[in-house]
Design a protein around this ligand. Structure first.
Ligand code: GLU
Length: 445
């Protein structure tokens, strides 16, 4: 029995709790989807380290349907860019059903890339060349998100191609609305094929985890899309991913998500996990009944709501008012003649904007009257992001500029990077002892 089985236990418990529910209906407007097993139910979670946890039917294949939309949107954003995609597809929740026949008043754009109109246009924006046909690119990207080669369920494709006139009508409507650089009517058949790509709940969890992990598949290490693209896709999923129930979902469950009419549902915890469920019985909004309940319960139980902020109270910064208080300080140091008291601010973990603000505040708190000299101890820092590095550098320059003697213990060169300190910057040392020693030695003259 492994400790991490506790995660599996939580998924199994949810599976048991909701497996017996018979509410909801199978989608039947694509006739093949009505053949799904109404009892199928699986839940999968992939961590940012690529650890997999699952319960129930997580290897049962089904067609991805609308859950393909965020990933093809990601592909369009990567290839064409946010501004260009944004000229043709909006980013506003429509408050309408997934297949609504409507475009944004004024602009004539589909409201967003998560409703059918926007998704068809997003698909159309993926370049189609002889060497890289549009659908091949899409299938390749979906496969990289999933971390394995996916294929098409030809029967479901044929079934939708036969009955998909509403989507064709949408494509004509879009084409009639403006001077598009691409042809959505030609692309709608590709859109049907993309919807018929076969996945499992484990695949979908990996795909969601890739978005949560800044575009890098946490299982294969493949950088599928750039980090800003992953962030943009998650933002649109958060506001528009659950169709006309998106606001209520964000309110109650609080995670970027996307559902599809075959019963797939994904949710992503940015920088935390990817989740997926499969259960084909749908509620009136077109979302899996069991999936909706299971993810809602999971979010509540583990405090996964995005607006809930468990990260805030962490102990990333500690302030020791004088170096003498440190366990490693030689006894009687303070008494030694000619030595100043030194404040030490120690940071640990990964420093981002929020942590950097705390470090700078602690540096200010550490002086200046009693302890004019201060050491910033970064030995236990594991990472400093670009924003935090810039903030720390300018904050430290202000400190030295204001006359405080400042040293940084930074053995891994995390702050200075190349090891070259700019003018006005503090002194850098490989150990805290050297930094304290330099600060404590009273200058003469
Ligand atoms: N292929 C489906 C359609 O366009 C996808 C809809 C969905 O999954 O919500 O009707």
């Amino acid at each position: 029995m492994n400790a991490a089985d506790a995660v599996t236990d939580a998924l199994c418990e949810l599976h048991t709790r909701f497996a017996g529910l018979r509410d909801g209906r199978l989608a039947d407007y694509i006739p093949q989807l009505a053949l799904a097993d109404p009892d199928a139910f699986g839940l999968a979670l992939i961590s940012m380290d690529g650890h997999r946890y699952s319960a129930g039917d997580v290897e049962v294949p089904f067609t991805v349907q609308s859950v393909s939309k965020p990933f093809v949107y990601a592909l369009s954003l990567s290839v064409v860019g946010l501004d260009e995609v944004g000229r043709w597809v909006g980013a506003e929740p429509s408050g309408e059903a997934f297949n609504a026949i409507s475009l944004e008043p004024g602009t004539g754009r589909p409201a967003n890339a998560m409703v059918n109109a926007g998704a068809i246009l997003t698909t159309a924006l993926v370049p189609d060349t002889r060497h890289a046909p549009r659908f091949d690119r899409i299938l390749d990207y979906l496969s990289r998100f999933a971390g394995r080669q996916l294929d098409v369920d030809e029967q479901v494709y044929a079934s939708e191609a036969l009955t998909g006139d509403r989507n064709r009508a949408l494509a004509y409507l879009i084409r009639s609305a403006g001077p598009l650089p691409v042809d959505p009517v030609a692309a709608v058949e590709t859109y049907f094929r993309q919807c018929a790509v076969r996945v499992t709940a484990l695949d979908l969890a990996t795909m969601a985890a890739t978005l949560a992990n800044g575009g890098v598949n946490p299982v294969t290490g493949d950088a599928v899309v750039p980090e800003p693209v992953a962030a943009h896709v998650l933002a649109v999923m958060a506001t528009c991913g659950m169709y006309d129930a998106s606001g209520d979902w964000l309110l109650r469950v609080g995670l970027p998500a996307k559902s599809g009419v075959s019963g797939g549902l994904i949710a992503a915890g940015p920088a935390r996990f990817g989740l997926a469920t499969y259960s084909p019985l749908l509620n009136p909004a077109g979302t899996s009944v069991r999936g909706h309940l299971a993810l809602g319960a999971l979010s509540e139980r583990f405090g996964l709501h995005l607006m809930h902020n468990p990260a805030l109270a962490g102990s990333t910064v500690t302030l020791v008012t004088t170096a003498d208080d440190l366990p490693s300080a030689p006894t009687g140091e303070r008494e030694r003649a000619g030595r100043e008291r030194v404040a030490v601010v120690a940071a640990q973990g990964a420093l981002d904007f929020t942590a950097a603000e705390r470090v700078l505040y602690a540096l200010d708190e550490s002086g200046p009257q009693e302890t004019a000299a201060v050491v910033l101890d970064l030995r236990r820092v594991t990472d400093i992001d670009t924003a935090a590095r810039a903030m720390l550098n300018s904050g430290l320059a202000r400190l030295t500029g204001s006359g405080r003697r400042t040293a940084v213990a930074d053995p891994a060169d995390r702050l200075v990077g190349q090891g070259t300190a700019a003018a006005g910057a503090p002194r850098y040392f490989a150990s805290r002892e050297e930094a304290v020693d330099w600060c404590a030695t009273r200058r003469t003259g």
